[in-house]
Design a protein around this ligand. Structure first.
Ligand code: DAT
Ligand code: MG
Length: 166
C-alpha cells in the first residue's frame, strides 16, 4: 500500500553534518520526497509532536533536545511517499535506543545516549499511519506537499500579514 511518513533529521544530525549521509541511506528505500523544509522548532510544536510522552521522566530533556537547545536550533522535516513507506523508513532508522539499534541502521551508526540519559538518535520517523497523519498535519500545510489529496483539505479565505522579497 502506498503511504506517507514524516521524517525529521534532528538537531544533532544537522550539527554533526549528517544530513547527506542520512538522506543517502533513506534513498535506498526508493521512496519519493514529496515535502521538505528547515524548521525552528517552537516549544508548542515540540510538545505537540511528543504529546504521547508527556508523562515520561525524560520528557523535559526531550523537548530541549528537539528544540535544538543542545545542538543547533533547526530540524529538517521531510515527507516520504511510496509503497510501505512507514515500515521501510523505520527499518533503516533502527531501534529507538541507539545503543540497542543495529549498527548498520541510521540510529545505530550515528546515535548516542548522553550522560544525562538523552537518546540522541538523530532521526525521527512516524510509527504507524495514524501517527504519520497526525505528524504530517502538524509539521506541514497542504500546499507544502506536492502530492494532491494526501489527506482531505478544504478551501478557506484568510487575510494574513506576510513577507515578500523587495
Ligand atoms: P521512536 O522515536 O523510535 O518512535 P518513541 O516515540 O517511543 O520512539 O520516543 C520518542 C523519542 O523519545 C525517541 O526518539 C527518543 C526519546 N526516548 C524514548 N524513550 C526514551 C528513554 N527511555 N530515555 C530517553 N529518551 C527516550
Ligand atoms: Mg515515536
Amino acid at each position: 500500500m502506498k503511504e506517507q511518513t514524516l521524517v525529521l533529521i534532528k538537531p544533532d544530525g544537522l550539527k554533526k553534518s549528517l544530513t547527506g549521509n542520512i538522506l543517502t541511506r533513506l534513498s535506498e528505500t526508493k521512496l519519493d520526497i514529496v515535502g521538505t523544509k528547515i524548521v525552528q522548532v517552537s516549544k508548542e510544536l515540540a510538545e505537540a509532536h511528543y504529546c504521547h510522552l508527556k508523562d515520561k521522566p525524560f520528557f523535559p530533556e526531550l523537548i530541549h533536545y528537539i528544540m535544538g537547545d543542545y545542538h543547533k536550533k533547526k530540524v529538517m522535516a521531510l515527507v516520504y511517499w511510496g509503497e510501505d513507506a512507514i515500515g521501510k523508513v523505520r527499518s533503516i532508522c533502527g531501534e529507538t535506543n541507539p545503543e540497542k539499534a543495529d549498527s548498520v541502521s541510521i540510529r545505530g551508526a550515528y546515535g548516542r545516549i548522553t550522560t544525562n540519559g538523552v537518546y540522541e538518535n538523530v532521526i525521527h520517523a512516524s510509527e504507524n499511519s495514524k501517527e504519520a497523519e497526525r505528524e504530517i498535519k502538524l509539521w506541514f500545510q497542504p500546499d507544502e506537499i506536492i502530492i494532491s489529496n494526501i489527506y482531505p483539505t478544504e478551501e478557506i479565505e484568510k487575510t494574513i500579514k506576510a513577507r515578500r522579497w523587495k
